[in-house]
Design a protein around this ligand. Structure first.
Ligand SMILES: [Cu+2]
Length: 264
């Protein structure tokens, strides 16, 4: 590296700048994700996601179809930045109670905690995991579109491709809305102290990992523990469950009010 440095210093100023740019850590990388119902939840939903990671800046675009129309869909990066935890998209074997649905709690051991909340505005930390009022809403035809550029915690950009995205909310009984009659009450929301939220609203609908040769490596959930620069975000992930509890209470209350409004 010393040789390269000397060479660079020997070059004219402009050439040095070009060299520095070409070898710097800020070169953007593009990744694609295909999000499908790996859980076997019969959601009928699927999405494609494009990610551009430039240092610790993430530009993400998601386009999906087959979602519960006119309804909010919580979406997150799940997983862990710690190499000793292997998380990935759940399959139907995660349906421990055999009711035909992998619900949020049943999926958590497989897909891991919320690491990043893909909200439409404001906070993107795990604390906004169930901030339904800031999650994308499917249109009347069940199409969902999302695009946002997010500044990540230091060091998170390089590891993001090893995580996976989960989108929540499905219409199990095909009546184009979330309702208690379909799957009953969300046990996840209830465990957070919020009653009368339909299980349909919180069950996972799609999940996907990075696909394509451009990723350079196969995502397996966990990654090496690295140099500790993501301690902050890892701590945030651990904090996620407790933090989400409070955020969920707020978000779900807003959501419940919205449901009440819809009924009027
Ligand atoms: Cu999620």
């Amino acid at each position: 590296m010393r040789l390269i440095s000397k060479t660079a210093l020997a070059l004219p100023g402009t050439a040095f700048l070009i060299l520095a740019g070409a070898t710097g850590a800020s070169a953007a990388e593009n990744y694609d994700m295909k999000l499908t119902d790996t859980m076997g939840n019969d959601s009928g939903s699927s999405s494609t996601a494009q990610l551009t990671v430039d240092g610790d800046s993430l530009k993400i675009s998601i386009k999906g179809e087959g979602f519960t129309p006119n309804s909010p869909h919580a979406q997150h990066f799940h997983g862990s930045f710690s190499g000793d935890k292997k998380f990935t998209c759940p399959d139907s074997s995660s349906d421990k109670d055999g009711d035909g649905q992998v619900n949020t709690e049943e999926g958590l051991p497989q897909y891991g905690d919320v690491i990043l909340s893909l909200t439409t505005s404001g906070d993107t930390s795990p604390k906004s995991g169930l901030a339904i009022d800031r999650m994308p809403t499917a249109d009347a035809d069940g199409n969902l579109s999302y695009s946002r550029t997010i500044e990540l915690p230091a060091g998170a950009g390089a590891k993001l491709k090893n995580l996976h995205v989960v989108q929540h909310g499905l219409d199990a009984n095909g009546n184009d809305k979330y309702d208690l009659e379909a799957l009953g009450e969300s046990t996840f929301a209830a465990s957070l102290g919020v009653q009368d939220i339909p299980e349909e609203a919180t069950n996972p609908a799609t999940c996907g990992t990075v696909v394509g040769a451009s990723a350079g490596e196969t995502p397996e959930g966990g990654v090496d523990t690295g140099d500790g620069t993501t301690n902050g975000i890892e701590a945030a992930g651990t904090f996620g469950i407790a933090g989400a509890a409070f955020a969920a209470a707020g978000g779900m209350l807003i959501y419940r009010r919205r449901l009440a409004t819809d009924r009027v």
